[in-house]
Design a protein around this ligand. Structure first.
Ligand code: S3P
Ligand code: PEP
Length: 428
């Protein structure tokens, strides 16, 4: 197994232009496919999750041209659902933003499609989405375990009508349903069962659908209406913002060991909820400055916070390791669905934080972290979870340094993360 040793970094200073947002890249690729006209996407993310989406679209006959660095994509929209005369098997790795939306989108046209992924994908639920699609007449069958990929879709189109979908495990199910609703055979009214989690991701979905000309009526995240007669039309160009979750590591670095760190490509005008990570850092004592498309964090003495972080599930992980540099016990609450992501993140985070000497209380849906006087070094297991690897890079700011096992797992969303992270420590 590859290991990366990070020796102590005494100061970070500089600017980093954050690579494109995973959430926006995969949504925009799918909407551009369904839309009439050609769309040019710029600042597209080049990472595993996007490659799975791009490869699937190509396999399904979608034409696009990628720039050499794969960050510009000119895609010819179908102006219609995806169809296939041949049965197709699509491999989607561990990309939730490919698996869930494609599962819904492939029910719209005609054909037989099998969706598979990495072993962990077979443990990540999709039943709530499938139940909703079945209410609209879709035929979806599980190949192994009920409620989980792999699955097969026999597509004949999606009916209109009223549909209920559970919102308490993942917002990606609702995102998937919203994006396909305009191509159903009439009005679609969606009712959410239970409390919807990760709500800001629904705002990203609705904002992108609006860019492609479709309006969603949002009744306080409890009910959504999509009127028929709306079609996706390419806006011509879509600029993918920098990824706000990826920005969290650099903002945390600035707060712990700045100088100051400026992230560009994401800021006050962002449509991503994870920019609110900067508010959490500010509550911990960091000095934050906002621009329209940048955020700066400056070093300060940090203290613990006790917050509900359901709205920023990905960036909240960065708070768990930032807490090692704050006085007091930090409580991160209402994050049950950490358990069903790339790994069981509550268990993984607790185990690895304990290795460096933290006192950790891991609950059903929360984690509390009390820092040791001085962290000790350890070999950090990353569980094939890009965020575990990136979060634990913060331990390079402790006297002891840190070793990250399997650092290349960041390829899911940020292939050259460690190169960029180390570069920041040597910029003037
Ligand atoms: O819609 C999206 O782009 C995402 C939604 C979130 O998932 P949940 O809604 O499952 O929390 C987030 O964790 C994931 O990385 C991306
Ligand atoms: C949960 C994540 O990914 P996915 O899109 O596969 O759900 C993540 O990136 O933290």
């Amino acid at each position: 197994m590859k290991q990366l040793r990070l020796e102590t970094i005494s100061k970070v200073q500089g600017t980093i232009n954050i690579p494109g947002s995973k959430s926006i890249s995969n949504r925009a690729l799918l909407l551009a496919t369904l839309a009439k006209g050609t769309t040019t996407l710029t600042n597209l993310l080049d990472s595993d999750d996007i490659r799975y989406m791009l490869a699937s679209l190509k396999q399904l006959g979608v034409n696009y041209r990628l720039s050499d660095d794969k960050t510009v994509c000119e895609l010819d929209g179908l102006g219609a659902p995806l169809n296939s005369e041949m049965a197709q098997t699509l491999f989607l790795g561990n990309a939730g933003t490919a698996m869930r939306p494609l599962c819904a989108a492939l029910t719209l046209g005609e054909g037989e499609f099998t969706l598979t992924g990495e072993p962990r994908m077979e443990e990540r639920p999709i039943g709530d989405l499938v139940d909703a699609l079945r209410q609209l007449g879709a035929e979806v069958n599980y190949l192994k375990n009920d409620g989980f990929p792999p699955l097969t879709i026999k597509a004949t189109g999606l009916n209109a009508g009223d549909v209920e979908i559970a919102g308490d495990l993942s917002s990606q199910f609702l995102t998937a349903l919203l994006m396909v609703a305009p191509l159903a055979k009439g009005d679609v009214n969606i009712k959410i069962k239970g409390e919807l989690v990760s709500k800001p991701y629904i705002d990203i979905t609705i904002a992108l659908m609006a860019q492609f000309g479709v309006e969603v009526i949002n009744h306080a995240y409890g009910r959504f209406e999509i009127k028929s007669g709306q079609t996706y039309v390419s806006p011509g160009k879509v600029l993918v913002e920098g990824d706000a979750s990826s920005a969290s590591y650099f903002l945390a670095a600035g707060a712990i060991k700045g100088g100051e760190v400026k992230v560009t490509g994401v800021g006050r005008l962002s449509i991503q909820g994870d920019v609110k990570f900067a508010d959490v850092l500010e509550k911990m004592g960091a000095e934050i400055e906002w621009g329209d498309d940048y955020i700066i964090s400056r070093v300060s003495k940090l203290h613990a916070v006790d917050l509900d972080m359901n709205h920023i599930p990905d960036a909240a992980m960065t708070i768990a390791t930032t807490a090692l540099f704050a006085t007091g016990t930090t409580h991160i609450r209402n994050i049950y669905n950490w358990r069903i992501k790339e790994t069981d993140r509550l268990a993984a985070m607790a185990t690895e934080l304990r290795k460096v000497g933290a006192i950790v209380d891991e609950g059903h849906d929360y984690i509390s972290v009390t820092p040791p006087n001085a962290p000790n070094t350890a070999d950090i297991d990353t569980y094939n979870d890009h965020r575990m690897a990136m979060c634990f890079s913060m331990l390079a700011f402790a006297e002891c340094g840190i070793t990250i096992n399997d650092p290349d797992c960041t390829s899911k969303t940020f292939p050259d993360y460690f190169k960029q992270f180390v570069a920041l420590s040597t910029q003037n």
